[in-house]
Design a protein around this ligand. Structure first.
Ligand code: HSE
Length: 331
């Protein structure tokens, strides 16, 4: 049995999802020869540390009842620096202006030769090159499937299943909140503001929903694809972005009358990164509804490949994190 000592840095919806999934999949992991022992869990206020393994059920319970994971007043960064472990599960919130604490956490993790699996888009949208180079120099794995499309398997699909193909372009829906708003506005003929409030209630919108509706969140995901798949050196400021805040129920109804839907479509290829609302025929593979994400890839050998999945959600995002963890240790 391979014993992997891990930390969970950030214990909001995604971090808690990871804890739940590790508890739920303990036996399956065991049968793969993997024992993932979480030695530290950190939220924005405190930490719980135990080299023998933190009791995840108890931490979830305490977070739920008291809003805090433990009693130790120590930051995620200190845990990464000072507590001996192999793998950092970085699930702090995205900050796309500075990269936030997540950026420092990742840089420190690599400098301490710890692998990183993350759902945090900010550091990758700003400093992908630097992070990837440091990971490589340190001999560390750096996996981030959860940053693009949540549970929708895109990066691993390209890396593993489509390996050997040239990816010519990727287009699709990369923001569940916008997709939900547009789908519901069309179904209910209701206003954008009302549907945004619904999306926020579902817990899929960013803390500042402007990032969703102005297309910035989708732009960050495209930048991650541009850098990781197309070898570009882009930041989200390089993306031409138009959001959905000016789309009216009337525009959606007019589109529907002609058998079209309006979708916020992101597109990346070697010379173009763009996010904008587009008319999509109602029976087109990109016309998926609700909170779903979709990506349509053009490849040189396999031709077109389309993948659809849940782009957000606690357990769904944790699913992508789990598969990244397993892939590191299987490799
Ligand atoms: N706010 C994002 C979305 C969450 O709606 O898709 C996942 O990145």
């Amino acid at each position: 049995m391979k014993r992997i000592k891990a930390s969970i840095i950030g214990f909001g919806s995604v971090g808690q999802g990871v804890a739940r999934v590790l508890l739920r999949k303990k036996e399956e992991l065991s049968s793969m020869g993997l024992d993932i022992t979480v030695v530290a869990v950190v939220d924005s206020k405190a930490a719980v540390i135990d080299q023998e393994g933190v009791d995840l059920a108890m931490v979830l319970e305490r977070k739920g009842s008291e809003g805090i994971v433990g009693d130790e007043r120590i930051t995620g960064h200190d845990v990464i620096r000072n507590i001996e472990h192999d793998l950092v599960i970085e699930t702090t919130p995205t900050n796309i202006d500075t990269g936030g604490v997540g950026l420092q956490n990742m840089l420190t993790a690599f400098s301490k030769k710890r692998h990183v699996v993350t759902s945090n888009k900010g550091p990758l949208a700003l400093k992908y090159r630097e992070l990837a180079a440091l990971a490589e120099r340190s001999g560390c794995a750096f996996r981030f499937e959860a940053t693009v499309g949540g549970a929708m398997p895109l990066l691993s699909l390209i890396r593993d299943t489509l390996t050997g193909n040239d990816i010519i372009s990727i287009e699709g829906i990369f923001n569940g909140t916008c997709n939900y708003i547009l789908t519901r506005m069309m179904e209910e003929h209701a206003t954008y503001e009302l549907m945004l409030a619904e999306a926020q209630e579902l817990g899929i919108a960013e803390k500042d929903p402007t990032y969703d509706v102005e297309g910035i969140d989708a732009a960050c995901k495209l930048v991650i694809l541009a850098n990781a798949i197309f070898g570009m050196n882009a930041t989200y400021k390089d993306v031409h972005v138009t959001g959905i805040s000016r789309i009216t129920p009337e525009a959606l109804m007019l589109a529907e009358a002609d058998n079209y839907v309006i979708k916020l479509i992101g597109e990346v290829s070697k010379n173009r990164i763009q996010v904008a609302p587009r008319l999509v025929p109602i029976d087109h593979p990109l016309a998926v509804g609700g909170t779903l994400n979709v990506a349509s890839l053009q490849t040189d050998l396999a031709g077109p490949v389309v993948v659809v999945g849940r782009g957000a959600g606690s357990i769904e995002t944790a699913s992508a994190i789990l598969s990244d963890i397993i892939s590191i240790y299987k490799d």
